[in-house]
Design a protein around this ligand. Sequence first.
Ligand SMILES: Cc1cc2nc3c(=O)[nH]c(=O)nc-3n(C[C@H](O)[C@H](O)[C@H](O)COP(=O)(O)OP(=O)(O)OC[C@H]3O[C@@H](n4cnc5c(N)ncnc54)[C@H](O)[C@@H]3O)c2cc1C
Length: 559
Amino acid sequence: MPESHKPSPMDKTLEQLDQLLEGDVLTDTLSRMLYATDASPYQQRPVAIVRPCHAQDCASLIKFAAANTLPLIPRAAGTSLAGQCVGEGVIVDINHYMNRVIAVDVKNRCATVEPGVVCNDLNNELRELGLMFAPDPSTSNYCTLGGMMGNNAWGIHSQHYGTTRDNIIKAKVVLGDGSTALFEPLSHATLQQKLRLNNREGIIYRTLYDMINRHHSLIQQGFPAPDGLLRNTGYPLDALVHSQPWQATGPLFNLSPFICGSEGTLALTTEIELKLVPIPQQRILLCIHFHRLDEALQSVAQVLAFQPVALEIIDHHILKRTATNVQQQANRFWLEGNPAAVLLVEFHENAIAGAKIPKDAIAALSKQLAAYALTVVESEQIEQVWALRKAGLGMLMGEPGDMKGVTGIEDAAVKVTDLAAYVGAVQQLLLTHDTDCVVYGPAGRGTLHLRPKLNLNLATERQKYRQILDQVCDIIIRFGGSISSKHGDGRLRAFYLQRVLGTEIVTLLQTVKNAFDPQHILNPNTVLNALPPDQNLRFTRKHNTLNFKPFFDWSKDSG
Ligand SMILES: Cc1cc2nc3c(=O)[nH]c(=O)nc-3n(C[C@H](O)[C@H](O)[C@H](O)COP(=O)(O)OP(=O)(O)OC[C@H]3O[C@@H](n4cnc5c(N)ncnc54)[C@H](O)[C@@H]3O)c2cc1C
């Protein structure tokens, strides 16, 4: 409990909260410092950290927070990149206790989990059953299913299996007033019953149902999705428009996929039912080497015609980093020469029913593309190549020196046919700011992780950062693209929602937020009501350099 000897009103409030919960309330300085950052560039010290033990704790916590106007910031592994896990309120660490796999139903291929279960832990348990949860973000060895749902995370194989939203069946949640609900697929009759409920859940159903009836075409036009472009911007009202009863052949009305990607701003998830899929038996990976980045980008659409289950690009910046990384050196066995970029393309035998791995695709691709080499990787070695790709961002973040490839525009998406032109436009812009960027990511979904290199410790570079965010937003709008296809709005992108989606759509999103969380207790300033994206950056803090001789020598890494 509070370290100060003179209890403040907030100390008293937190003491009351501590008595209410079975879980922990941490207010010590070290804990508050540890939870002040996530994987984003932001830093804000929370007043406390709560570690709920179960759904009842979550409900009591939200009721208490609503009564005391205490903002809550749900947090799982804290690997978010856009600032959606930091804030000055109370951090709700959902994965400390709530991390049980509750049930696995092999026959119906589904699993029920608490939100704090780590993605790879679940898949390790499922392996002997021949099943897996398919979305595979690069952080799958420590990110949780609650966090994946919060961000609608997806990964390398989402080209085929879809995002977390596509793989959720049901969710038990606590709403902004502390009441609970089960979001699941609803038949017409059950939806009618829900619409008559005299509680917060009923308000939510009525709000969304009326909204879609009244603004059907605005929602369809306001959320353009050319070529199935992914968009983790705002709340996915467009997905509801494509469900029943508005689209007779669409899926049943279900709010569990809807809250996927809402970044802890609509409800606190306490239990999730997930779809499982069989582990693929036959896999093959093609590593297509190019002398030029633009040639690799221009080849993406052609490669997609062969229906791969994964299609990623990595450029020479990442490959160069792997050469000096002890762990990754063993994963470079497939490389030939010094490519400017490589396309990594995976096929599964059971991806398309009855289809054989298209070995003839290899010959066809070799002939068609401007590639200079094509390596074929099979069996366990495939994981080594993906390990190298997944390590990319971590290695960039740990690059020696203050100049880093920074988060900000790193998950924008455009049509695959526009990839080369889009990268060209961003590179040209970055030249005017005397910098360049790293290029890698799931090109097959039109997403590229462009990371401009900047030293955010310098005020002048932070100004550049802000200008780059603004100007790239304009470029993305020009290409009809998506400002965030993967990592969410957080604080980084929320500021641009109005510009990207327009005032009318943002007003609808506000109405959605008010229905779920009328007092805006849940993760305020994330997704909606954003602060400027360069506010609360951790780099603006004054750092004191202690004068002592460390035991380890990190001087080679500028440490
Ligand atoms: C090196 C690196 C690589 C990455 N690669 C990928 C990638 O390939 N694909 C990808 O999609 N993302 C990627 N990310 C982003 C991030 O890892 C994923 O989005 C991940 O799924 C977040 O999970 P988490 O457990 O860390 O959740 P957190 O970051 O803790 O939380 C994520 C969001 O969910 C909310 N939340 C958490 N728990 C709950 C709950 N129980 N109820 C309601 N809301 C909740 C939080 O408020 C937050 O808004 C990467 C990040 C890093 C640092």
